[in-house]
Design a protein around this ligand. Structure first.
Ligand SMILES: C[S@@+](CC[C@H](N)C(=O)[O-])C[C@H]1O[C@@H](n2cnc3c(N)ncnc32)[C@H](O)[C@@H]1O
Length: 268
């Protein structure tokens, strides 16, 4: 690099409102192959493009996950879904993991990696072809197929009644609040990855309704929700015949609703 130095780039990023300007400057400098490229990256970052889309990756639970324009950037708070799934796997064998609404595939990839890639099969699905292409690249290393389609419609019938862990980070922002999201999300992530309908739970509701037919007896559905959605999420899981439980991490500012299919019921 000749035209720029780290301090100058940090100053520009800080002026644009980047909280971790020094880290971002270092990462952008590392990602650029030339001064011209660095100028272009810096301009896009200052204009609000998420850092992760510029770098092409995000670090999630110690794994470098590929992300690209138009794909939801995995949030660090979603580590709670993986923690909770690992907790369930510690008390009950997990053979089949499904990452529904998979986006980049970060959640399924992190879970399978931490469970041990040989101990379980991973299947992922998303409705958005851009997300499906991204997840296919990320999951190639662990051999997990990624299907495209609307929620359970995407999955092969052979999975019915067999899923031990069903991760579903469904969009959960109420439609009326989308306009208040930070520009990085509002302007650079697809609305269908964010907008959960009037109360934010449209997709969660449909997922819970379908889950009993796909979960193995004793298997669990894990959905990330907002803290103010706890009562409604509990009700929709219970209403679907699942045993509901809420997990909250103040450190991650994350909430997960868990719905377990009772071991004795038959699939609906
Ligand atoms: C909040 S993002 C979560 C992505 C990923 N699981 C993560 O945590 O990084 C929600 C994802 O749901 C997908 N999605 C939205 N509606 C869907 C539907 N009807 N069926 C399947 N996927 C859907 C979006 O394309 C998006 O990738």
């Amino acid at each position: 690099m000749t035209a720029f130095d780290t301090a100058d780039i940090t100053r520009q990023l800080r002026a644009a409102g980047c909280v971790f300007a020094e880290d971002e400057a270092r990462l952008l400098i590392g990602a650029a192959a030339s001064d011209t490229e660095l100028t272009a990256l810096l301009a896009r970052r200052i204009a609000g493009t998420p850092l992760e889309h510029l770098l092409g990756w995000v670090q999630f639970r110690g794994i470098r996950i590929g992300v690209r324009d138009g794909v939801f950037v995995p949030r660090q708070r979603s580590a709670l879904l993986v923690d909770e799934a690992l907790g369930l796997a510690a008390v009950r064998p997990v053979r089949t993991v499904v990452d529904l609404c998979c986006g980049s595939g970060a959640l399924g990839l992190a879970l399978l990696t931490e469970l041990g890639t040989r101990s379980a099969e991973l299947v992922a699905a998303d409705i958005d072809p851009v997300a499906v292409a991204c997840a296919r690249e990320n999951l190639a290393a662990v051999g997990g197929p990624v299907y495209r389609g609307d929620l359970f419609d995407a999955l092969p019938d052979t999975l019915r009644g067999r899923i031990d862990i069903l991760l579903a980070n469904t969009p959960y922002v109420p439609s009326s609040l989308i306009a208040r999201l930070p520009p990085e999300a509002r302007d650079h992530e697809p609305p269908m990855a964010l907008d959960g309908g009037p109360d934010g739970l449209d997709l969660a509701r449909r997922t819970a309704a379908g889950a009993p037919g796909w979960l193995a007896p004793g298997g669990s559905l894990l959905i990330e929700i907002g803290v103010d959605q706890i009562p409604a999420a509990t009700e929709l899981l219970t209403g679907s015949g699942l045993v509901a439980r809420i997990v909250r991490s103040p450190d991650l500012d994350a909430t997960v609703a868990v719905g377990r299919r009772p071991a004795a019921t038959s699939a609906r």
